[in-house]
Ligand binder design. Structure first.
Ligand code: PLP
Length: 364
């Protein structure tokens, strides 16, 4: 039996969004970013459902090993690469691709001889200042990797965009120019774009694109709706009405008594709170859907419940389904009302929330 609060993962929507990626970047191979449990959607299931992509990217070695154990045979790129010499033999044994982003890793590679040469993606810091080798070091490191018998040739070349979601910023063009300059004359395959990059900066699509968020049906742009790019929500977060009460004018609702009724109001208490992954900082007015109608959150979010003003809902009753985000209610909207991003909301669904899968993993 389903608990009152669940997330529905719509695999048909996931496949639809992957097809959108394919249409938007027809000349690139697709590396689906499925780290952090596929942004909370279920990593192994998502990998299996996305059978048409060309590879997968995860953040950590243990995520990659989970995928290999589940029988995933395609390219798996570990975005942080290896962190110690023992890792290198694990990469080699499991045929995992590694990002090399530092001299530290180059030194590690020089000290070991893995059974099979490693597939390496050299990551260049073009302005994000997170992971990546400095542009001036690229030729030196590329030459060292090119000479290594432990590295498969040619190595691939990548960078990551910091501001691709802002179409008015000049930062993305600058990053792309730095990338192009620093790899001048190198023949390896290239990868620059995350979701915002591939949608907004098409000339940067190159050999591989690395979409994450758009696969899950949210918009990477703060000023664009997911539906503007034909993306469909994959995750729908549902709960139920667990109590109804009428409050009179001037009565307060919730912790701190922060919300005060301006008139007699029907308050519906919904059985999900921050203990389930609903954002604690959602403000009064954040919408939920009840019977297809948008209803505003009132007062503070509790651990196990929220309160909404359901005065406009005719025939509402205890047990009615409440959609917190997903189909009919874009997650981006809830994120904006909660001073966060849809990435964080997706990743934040907690273990006590049950999961329902809609659509088949293998079906088209
Ligand atoms: C290196 C790298 N590439 C691609 C992505 C995917 O980004 P997005 O989810 O915005 O498409 C990420 C996500 O953080 C990343 O770290």
């Amino acid at each position: 039996m389903l608990s009152d609060t669940n997330v529905v993962i719509d695999l048909d929507a996931l496949k639809h969004n992957a097809a959108v990626v394919g249409r938007c970047a027809p000349n690139s191979r697709i590396m689906a970013v499925i780290k952090a449990d596929a942004y909370g959607h279920g990593m192994v299931m998502v990998a299996k459902a996305l059978s048409n992509v060309d590879g997968y990217a995860v953040a950590q070695l243990n995520e990659a090993l989970t995928l290999r154990k589940a029988g995933i045979k395609k390219t798996i790129l570990v975005l942080t690469g290896f962190g110690c010499s023992d890792d290198i033999s694990v990469f080699s044994k499991n045929n995992l691709d590694a990002v090399v982003h530092s001299d530290y890793q180059l030194d590690l590679l020089a000290c070991v001889s893995p059974q099979q040469p490693l597939s390496v993606w050299l990551k260049i810091n073009t302005g994000m200042n997170r992971l990546g080798v400095e542009p001036l070091c690229v030729t030196r490191i590329n030459n060292a990797l090119a000479l290594s018998a432990d590295v498969r040739q040619p190595i691939k070349l990548m960078t990551h965009l910091a501001c691709a979601d802002d179409m008015t910023s000049t930062a993305t063009q600058e990053q792309i120019a730095v990338f192009d300059e620093s790899i001048d004359g190198m023949t390896g395959e290239q990868s620059i774009c995350n979701s915002a990059g591939l949608l907004g900066w098409k000339y940067a699509q190159r050999d591989w694109v690395r979409p994450g968020l758009m696969l899950y049906g949210a918009s990477p742009f703060f000023d664009r709706k997911a539906s503007d790019d034909d993306l469909k929500p994959v995750m729908t977060f549902n709960s139920r009405v667990i109590a109804l009460r009428s409050v009179k004018k001037s009565e307060k609702v919730g912790y701190g008594g922060c919300w005060v009724a301006e008139k007699t109001s029907l308050i519906a208490t919904v059985g999900a709170g921050y203990g389930d992954g609903y954002p604690r900082h959602a403000v009064t007015g954040t919408p939920v859907l009840i019977g297809g109608q948008r209803v505003p959150l009132v007062g503070r979010v509790s651990m196990d419940s929220i309160n909404v003003d359901a005065s406009q809902c005719k025939n509402i009753k205890v047990g009615d389904t409440v959609t917190l985000w997903g189909e009919g209610l874009p997650i981006d909207e809830v994120a904006q009302m909660s001073e966060t991003i849809s990435y964080e909301l997706m990743c934040g669904i907690t273990g006590r929330v049950s999961r329902v899968v809609k659509g088949a993993i293998n079906g088209e």
